[in-house]
Design a protein around this ligand. Structure first.
Ligand SMILES: Nc1nc2c(ncn2[C@@H]2O[C@H](COP(=O)(O)OP(=O)(O)OP(=O)(O)O)[C@@H](O)[C@H]2O)c(=O)[nH]1
Ligand SMILES: [Mg+2]
Length: 423
C-alpha cells in the first residue's frame, strides 16, 4: 500500500459518515488511486462456461485452474504483458451456499475491462445473465469501463448455422450487442499443431487484437471515471449540505420567533397586571391591611380582613394571568434537576413568586416597580428556556449544527481525496 492510500481511508470515512450510500464508489476510487496500477481484465459469467480457460488462451499460458466442474471459487490474479489478469468464480444463483462476493468484487470494484463469458452450447442467456449484461452495458455508458461479450466453446456447435441461430437469439435479448465467438480448444490445437487456419478460426487472435485496443483506452476511461465519481459524490454532499443549512436556519428562526412571542406576550401580561394592581397598591395613608385583629375579631369581618382579602384576590388574579401565559407557551413544571419531593411546589410559578404574597408593599415591589418587573421577566425567561419544548428545540439545533459540521468535514475530505487522486 502506498502512502497515498494510507491517507485515503481516514478521508473516505469522513465522506462516508454523511454519504454511506457511496461506499462502493469510494472503494472504487480507492482502487483508482493506485496511479500506476496495470489495467485489470476480468471475466464474468456462469460457472463452467470456460472463463479460466479463456484467460489462459488470451495470455498464452496455463495459469488459472480449468476443470469440467465448478472450479474457480476465489479470485486469483496474474500479471502478464503489463496487464493484470483476474480470474473470478462463476455467478450462479442455482449453486447453493456460494455467495458471489468475489465475482462482484472483480466485476464492479477491480475491473477496467470485463469479458462477459457465455458458452454457445447453452443457447440463449438466462434471466440472471440478461440482467447482469444490461447492468454492465449501462455501467459502460456511465463509467466508460468496457465489457466485451465473448461467446465461448463455439466448437461445440454442430455447424455455422446453429452458431448463427444462437447469436441471433442473444442479439434479440441484448439489442446492438457485439459478439466475439471463440473456441479455446481450437486455439490450443492451432498453437500446438502450428495450424494458422485453426488459430484464426478460434477467434482468440481477433479478441487479443481487440483487447489491445480497449486496453489502450483504459487510462482515459479511468480519468473519466474518477472525475465522474468525484463530481457525483461532491454534488450529493453539496445538495445535502444545502438541506442541512436550510433546516438549521428554519430551526433558529423558530427559536428566535418563539422567544420573541413569549417575551412580548409576557410583557403585555405584566403591564396589564400592573394596571390592575394600581388601585390596590396606590393607597395613601395608613394601610388597614396592616391593622392586627384582636381575639374578639375572630368571627367579625374587620377592615383589616377585608383589605387583606382584597390583596390576596388581586395577587391571585395576577398569578392566573401570568400562569395562563406560561401554560400557553409550554412552561409549567420545573426541570427534573430542580424538582422537590413535594409535587405541588414543583412549578415555575412557585419557583419565581414563592408561595404567596400577603403585603401590599410586596405586591407593589414585585409587580409595579421596574426592578421587580425586570426580575420577573428574567426569571420567567430563564424557566422558559428550560422548558421541555425549548430544550428539545435546542437539542435539534445542536444536532443540526453537528450535521453541518460533518458535511463541511466531508467536503474538505473529498477535496483532498480528489487532489490526491489527481482527478
Ligand atoms: N470444447 C470446449 N471446451 C471448453 C472450452 N473452453 C473451456 N472448455 C471446458 O469447459 C470446462 C470449464 O472450463 P473453465 O475454464 O474451468 O470454466 P470456468 O467458467 O472458469 O468455470 P468456473 O471456474 O467453475 O466458474 C473445462 O472442462 C474446459 O476444458 C472450449 O472452447 N471448448
Ligand atoms: Mg474458472
Amino acid at each position: 500500500m502506498n502512502p497515498q492510500q494510507d491517507l485515503f481511508d481516514p478521508l473516505a470515512r469522513e465522506v462516508l459518515a454523511v454519504a454511506p450510500g457511496r461506499a462502493h464508489d469510494l472503494a472504487r476510487l480507492r482502487v483508482l488511486a493506485r496511479t500506476q496500477a496495470a489495467p485489470t481484465i476480468t471475466v464474468v459469467g456462469k460457472y463452467n462456461h470456460g472463463k479460466s480457460r479463456l484467460l489462459n488462451e488470451l495470455m498464452g499460458r496455463d495459469v488459472f485452474a480449468v476443470a469440467d466442474r465448478r472450479e474457480t471459487v476465489t479470485l486469483s490474479e496474474h500479471h502478464h504483458a503489463e496487464l493484470r489478469w483476474l480470474d473470478a468464480p462463476g455467478l450462479d444463483a442455482d449453486v447453493a451456499l456460494q455467495d458471489d462476493s468475489h465475482a462482484q468484487e472483480a466485476t464492479w470494484l477491480q475491473a477496467d475491462v470485463r469479458l462477459f463469458v457465455h458458452a454457445a452450447k447453452e443457447g440463449e442467456l438466462d434471466a440472471a445473465e440478461t440482467h447482469l449484461l444490461q447492468a454492465l452495458r449501462q455501467d459502460q455508458q456511465r463509467t466508460r469501463r468496457q465489457t466485451l461479450f465473448v461467446l465461448t466453446q463455439v466448437d461445440q456447435m454442430s455447424d455455422d448455422e446453429q452458431l448463427a441461430k444462437v447469436s441471433a437469439a442473444i442479439q434479440t435479448q441484448a439489442p446492438g450487442l457485439r459478439l466475439h465467438p471463440v473456441s479455446s480448444t481450437r486455439h490450443r490445437s492451432g498453437v500446438e499443431g502450428g495450424k494458422s487456419l485453426l488459430l484464426q478460426r478460434s477467434g482468440i487472435p481477433a479478441l487479443q487484437a481487440l483487447l489491445r485496443e480497449v486496453v489502450e483506452q483504459v487510462p482515459a476511461a479511468r480519468e473519466h471515471e474518477r472525475g465522474l465519481l468525484f463530481t457525483e459524490i461532491g454534488q450529493q454532499l453539496q445538495h445535502q449540505q444545502a438541506a442541512v443549512e436550510a433546516t438549521l436556519l428554519a430551526l433558529r428562526q423558530r427559536q428566535q420567533q418563539q422567544r420573541h412571542d413569549f417575551e412580548q406576550g409576557l410583557q403585555a401580561v405584566l403591564k396589564k397586571v400592573h394596571q390592575d394592581l394600581l388601585p390596590i397598591v396606590e393607597l395613601q395613608g395608613d394601610d388597614p391591611a396592616l391593622l392586627p385583629d384582636s381575639a374578639s375579631d375572630e368571627f367579625r369581618l374587620t377592615a383589616g380582613k377585608r383589605e387583606r382579602a382584597r390583596i390576596h384576590v388581586a395577587y391571585s388574579r395576577a398569578c392566573i394571568a401570568i400562569r395562563a401565559h406560561l401554560i400557553q407557551h409550554g412552561v409549567e413544571g420545573l426541570p427534573a434537576s430542580q424538582r422537590t419531593s413535594v409535587a405541588s411546589l414543583d412549578t415555575v410559578m412557585v419557583a419565581v413568586l414563592g408561595v404567596s404574597i400577603k403585603y401590599r408593599a410586596d405586591l407593589r415591589r414585585q409587580f409595579c416597580e421596574p426592578a421587580g418587573q425586570a426580575q420577573l421577566m428574567a426569571s420567567f425567561l430563564h424557566y422558559y428556556e428550560l422548558s421541555e419544548d425549548r430544550q428539545a428545540l435546542q437539542q435539534q439545533i445542536l444536532r443540526s449544527e453537528a450535521e453541518r459540521h460533518a458535511h463541511e468535514r466531508a467536503l474538505r475530505a473529498l477535496a483532498r481525496l480528489r487532489e490526491g487522486a489527481g482527478a
